[in-house]
Design a protein around this ligand. Sequence first.
Ligand code: SAH
Length: 359
Amino acid sequence: MTRRDRSRAASAETRTNLLALDESALEQFVNDLDWPKFRARQILRWLYRERVRDIERMTDLSKTERARLAAIASIDRLSDCEVRRSSDGTRKFLLRLQDGLVIESVLIPDAARLTLCLSTQVGCTLDCGFCLTGQMGLKRNLTTHEIVEQALTALDRLEPGERLTNIVLMGMGEPLANFDAVAAAIARLTNTGWGLGIPARRITLSTAGLASRLKDVAGLGINLAISLNATTDAQRDRLMPAVNRLHPLAHLLAACRAYPLPPHRRLTFEYVLLAGENDSEQDARRLAKLLNGIRCKINLIPFNPFPGNPYRRPADSDVLRFQTVLRKAGFDVLIRKSKGRDVLGACGQLGELVSPHRS
Ligand code: SAH
């Protein structure tokens, strides 16, 4: 160990968490040790591809190198994870962060697909009235490695024969309100050299409609989903006040029309169906008009209830009627299956239930 290493190894707290470094920061770190640059990629591969939790397992580093690295660096993976399994096979992971806050991610099997839904914030900046996460307020943004940690945790716990096929950034939080960390996480998830190697076209980011940031998503090569949820500003102000005040419908749809969609890709519009609120035939017709000419598909999400919320899920027949109007107008419309509802793992059900009696 050199003197410089010894001073850095003074206490565990001063050790560098390797997971907190991106590729260029790790190259710098390796350079400071006077190691060749390719060591950075070897280490990254152990962290993400092999998901090791112990530097000792990095067997293409010599024993001396491993000891030197372990004296100044650590792999701070999270290990406190509770899994709740739904009767439909969906698994919700409750992951405790180092500061004690808990985030949720959901693994959703569906036919040939296995989709992981990731959180990007603890709580959410926004206040959408039909979403449990919105009731928590924003506790804080997640760091890049906390976003990626959710994927590493889920991969560690896959069952024999399972393979992760898709990732959606649709869990707790508004991903575009934490863009830099999200973009860096996507770089690690998609990297084919040392990262998780998940193709960008199999990753979808969902936003409540931060219109001015939509164009930033295009550069990431992933898919974009917009939670529209309403067809007039009055309705959207009621349902999603914070975001609609900033970016009213006309502004949001103009940004969608201007979005640089690559060939063969489509935008996705999500629309939560709330009985008696936004599920009428008139709403469906207005929605068709708003989206006219945008290359897109529509995902209808019948409201998933949670305790203490005033909204109701529409009857299946009303959902089908809504779908039919849109289909007749020429749109591709899917009704999203609400998986994991029995473990509060479905859309809008992630977060702390706040007891109304608690002050
Ligand atoms: N903030 C992002 C991502 C999180 S919400 C966004 O708004 O898109 C993911 C999806 O779940 C959104 O389309 C949202 O409208 C929907 N959603 C929220 N609460 C819901 C609920 N209780 N039932 C059904 N869908 C809900």
